[in-house]
Design a protein around this ligand. Sequence first.
Ligand SMILES: NC(=O)c1ccc[n+]([C@@H]2O[C@H](COP(=O)([O-])OP(=O)(O)OC[C@H]3O[C@@H](n4cnc5c(N)ncnc54)[C@H](O)[C@@H]3O)[C@@H](O)[C@H]2O)c1
Ligand SMILES: [Zn+2]
Length: 360
Amino acid sequence: MAEIRLDVQSSLGTYPVVIDADVSGRLPPLFAGLGLGRDLVVVSCPPVWRVHGEIWRPLLGKTPAVLIPDGERAKTLQSVARIYDALVKCGADRSTTLVAFGGGIVGDVAGFAAATYLRGLRLVQVPTTLLAQVDSAIGGKVGVNLAAGKNLVGAFYPPALVACDPSLLGSLPRREFRAGLYEVVKYGVIASRSLFERVAASLPALFARDGDTLTALIAECCRIKANVVMEDEREGGVRRILNFGHTVGHALEAVTRYRRFRHGEAIAYGMMAASEIARARTVLAQADRDALWQAIAHLGPLPPVIDLKIADALAAIGHDKKVVAGTLHFVLPTSIGTTTIVNDVQSKELRAAMRAIGMR
Ligand SMILES: NC(=O)c1ccc[n+]([C@@H]2O[C@H](COP(=O)([O-])OP(=O)(O)OC[C@H]3O[C@@H](n4cnc5c(N)ncnc54)[C@H](O)[C@@H]3O)[C@@H](O)[C@H]2O)c1
Ligand SMILES: [Zn+2]
C-alpha cells in the first residue's frame, strides 16, 4: 500500500502526517525533504528503544537516544528535566529537532520539552503505539501530570511532522493494541459508521497486525482527528466530541488510581455508559447502542468494574477538566457516526448508566 499523507493546518503552520508501513525505513529522505534532520535529538523509552532503536541509525549514527522511564508514572516534570539536561549537554539550539519516539507518554513528555526548551524546538512525532498513532501524536496537545492530577501542565504545540509506521505495532503487547482499538471504535461512533463497521469486519487482519489493513484504518482515524482539530485547535467547541466516552472513562481511571485500566479500556466503559444515557433519552436507537456494546465485547474482556462505587466515580466526575465553569459537557451519540453535546446530564442518569455497565 502506498503512503498516505494528510496535511494538518495549525496555528504554527501546516504539518504533514505520513502513514506508511515502510516509513521507518525512509526517515532520512523524509526529514531532508522537510528541512529537518541535521541536528536531531531522539527521546524514547527503554522498551521501544530496545526493539526499534536501530531505525534511527541512518540519522543518528551512534548517538544515543535520551531515554525516559517507561509508563504513566514517568509523565512528570522530572522526565522533562531529564530531557532539558540532555539538550543542554549536547548544545541544542533553535535549529535542533526533537523527536518523540514512543507511545503517548513519550509523545506528551518530549512534546512538552520541545514546546518549552528555548521557547520551542521543532518537534517530530514518531508514535509507536496504536493509541499514539491514531490519537495523541496529532493535534498538538503535550504535557505532563502533577501529583494533584493528570495532564495538569501542558501546552498546545503542533509538531513539524507526524510519521506513523504501522509495522512498529508488531511488537506492541496485545493488551496495548486492544486499548488503541477502543479509540478507533470511538472515531467510528463520533464520525464514521463505515469505519466502525470496518473494525468489526477486519478483526482477524487487525489482530494479525496486517500492514495494509492497519495503514487504512490509522489513516481514517488521523483524518477524523485532523479535521476536528483543524476546526477547533484549542477545544472551545467541536474538539469536545473527541471526549466521547471520556467523562466516565476518566472517572474510572481516577478511582482506580490509573492502575487497573489501560486508558482505552476505561474509555470503552465510558462509551458504553454514554450510549446508555443516550438510549435512555431516546436520542440513540436501541440497535445502535447494542451495536456499540457488541463491538466492544468483540474486542475482548475488560477489567472488572463490579467493585467500583458509583458514588466515588460521580465525585471524580465533579473534578474532571471537562466540567467547564461548573457545567458538565457530555458527548452523547445520536447514531453510529453522529453525536450531540449536551450540558444537562443529571447525576441520576449517570448513576443508571454506571449501574448498566456493572458498577455498584
Ligand atoms: N496528547 C494527546 O492528545 C493525548 C491523547 C490521548 C492520550 N494521551 C496520553 O497518552 C498516554 C498513553 O499513551 P499510550 O497508551 O501510548 O501509553 P504508553 O506510552 O505508556 O505506551 C504503552 C506501553 O507500550 C510500550 N510500547 C510502546 N510502543 C511499543 C512498541 N512498538 N512495541 C512494544 N512496546 C511498545 C511502552 O513502552 C509502554 O509500556 C497517556 O498519558 C495519555 O494522557 C495524550
Ligand atoms: Zn482517549
